[in-house]
Structures are given as structure tokens and as C-alpha cells.
Design a protein around this ligand. Structure first.
Ligand SMILES: [Ca+2]
Length: 262
């Protein structure tokens, strides 16, 4: 046997033994992806003694078998009141991922079926404010207080000294208050002086008399008009014996017939 042939036999023998050894010593990695375990076009990544699937959008779990739409308690959208179904598991690639309903503000319950505002039932035209923690609260108008705005604020007590001005009397009632003002004072809080007190609009010494928020003028005999600004026939305005005729718009008119004048 030539030395060359001898070397080849030794080399082949060595390779066979080496292969046998490597087989029994688990040296070679098996490609688990060869069996195409990732469904729905997921991409298989071979690992040592295993594989992972990179699932395409919309599919989850270890073999991409589950549609993300099917994960929410097995229903497409079981969450009520605009709630959103979310996966509790951070890792999408687990089998049977857990889901839960994330509720819109002011709703709670497994399916977001509880409307806290409905349960609260805010009173007296108050507004129900929905909170992100699944609770809600009533925002009261200024006339009411209490957790559901059920109590009337007694403004007469609360603002005892500065509510009804100018010695007005305060009357409390559910949802508000009223000031009974002294004569010649007006406004919600009796804050306005009547025009008769401020500067009388009545001319020619007419007397200003309040008529609620309005006024009227009691004029002296010779005057008339809303503000006593017109002369009357009593003031004898027609000369040369002309006949005086009362006139509602201008106080009087003179009929000059027979006087030779106009
Ligand atoms: Ca009140």
C-alpha cells in the first residue's frame, strides 16, 4: 500500500468517526423552521432547540395562529360604551393571551357596561364630569352643593352682609335667592338707585314717581308730556283770544279762527 492511499484511508476513517461523534454529542443545530411552523405568513427564526415566529400584523401567539381580532374574549368588540379591547399580555407571542376592556372615562365594569354618570344621577342641572379612573363627579352650578348637587346654597346666610344692598331683605329659595329692595332701589342685589333718586328726568318742577324700574312724572298744572316738557292750555298759550285745544303730542294747539292772526 502506497503511503498516499494509506493517508486517504486514515483521513476518511477520521471523518466518519468524527461525524459519528458529533451526532452523538448533539453538536449540530436542528433547523426547526424546516417544518414551517409559523402560520399566516409569519417568519420563522431558528433558535437552538426551538424557534420563534415573527408574526405578520394582525396575528399573534407562538405560531401566529390567532387573529388579534379573535383574542378579545373570542369576540370582535365586546367592550361597550366606546371601550377598547386590549391585550393584557405584553408579549404577543404567547398562547391564549389575556384580554381586557379598557373603558372610556366614566365607565367601568368588565365590559365597561357601567355608566357612572347614569348611576350618580347629578341633580339640579349639574354636569357630570367623567374621570379617567373609571369614576365621575358632579360639577354643581353655583346655587347648589353636595356630591350630587342635591343641596341648596343659602346665599342669604353665606353672604349675609353684602348680598342685598341698601337695606334690602334677602329671601332664600331652592336654586337661588331674591332681594326685596327698599323703595327707589333696583337690581338683583338692590345695587341700583332708581332714576328718580339719581337725577329726576321730570322737567318744570314735575315730581318723579317710581313705577317699578320705570317712572312717571306728576307735572304741575301748566305742563304735560312724559317729562312735563310740554305746555298745556292751562298755561294760556294762545294769544289774541285764540282757542286753545289740548293735544296729546304737543300739549296744545291754538285755533286762531276769528282772531285775524295765525
Ligand atoms: Ca338658595
Amino acid at each position: 500500500m502506497s503511503s498516499r492511499i494509506h493517508r486517504k484511508i486514515v483521513s476518511d476513517s477520521y471523518r466518519i468517526v468524527s461525524n459519528l461523534l458529533s451526532f452523538f454529542s448533539c453538536e449540530n443545530n436542528i433547523d426547526e423552521c424546516l417544518s414551517s411552523p409559523c402560520a399566516n405568513n409569519g417568519i420563522c427564526i431558528d433558535r437552538i432547540n426551538g424557534y420563534t415566529c415573527n408574526c405578520t400584523t394582525g396575528y399573534i401567539n407562538s405560531n401566529c395562529l390567532k387573529s388579534i381580532n379573535d383574542t378579545c374574549f373570542g369576540q370582535i368588540n365586546p367592550c361597550q360604551n366606546n371601550g377598547t379591547c386590549i391585550l393584557k399580555s405584553v408579549d404577543l407571542y404567547v398562547d391564549n393571551p389575556q384580554s381586557e376592556c379598557q373603558c372610556y372615562d366614566g365607565y367601568n365594569g368588565k365590559w365597561c357596561e357601567n355608566d357612572v354618570c347614569l348611576e350618580l344621577n347629578c341633580q339640579n342641572n349639574s354636569t357630570c364630569q367623567r374621570l379617567s379612573n373609571g369614576q365621575a363627579k358632579c360639577l354643581c352650578n353655583e346655587q347648589w352643593y353636595g356630591n350630587i348637587c342635591q343641596y341648596d346654597i343659602n346665599e342669604c346666610e353665606r353672604d349675609k352682609f353684602n348680598i342685598c344692598l341698601n337695606n334690602g331683605t334677602c329671601l332664600n329659595y331652592p336654586g337661588g335667592y331674591k332681594c326685596l329692595c327698599q323703595d327707589n332701589y333696583l337690581g338683583k342685589n338692590c345695587e341700583d338707585k332708581h332714576i328718580c333718586l339719581e337725577q329726576s328726568p321730570c322737567l318744570n318742577h314735575g315730581q318723579c314717581l317710581p313705577d317699578n324700574e320705570n317712572y312717571y312724572c306728576e307735572c304741575l298744572t301748566n305742563f304735560t308730556g312724559l317729562n312735563c316738557e310740554l305746555l298745556t292750555c292751562e298755561s294760556l298759550p294762545c294769544q289774541h283770544n285764540g282757542t286753545c285745544i289740548p293735544d296729546i303730542n304737543q300739549g296744545f294747539k291754538c285755533n286762531c279762527t276769528g282772531t285775524g292772526k295765525n
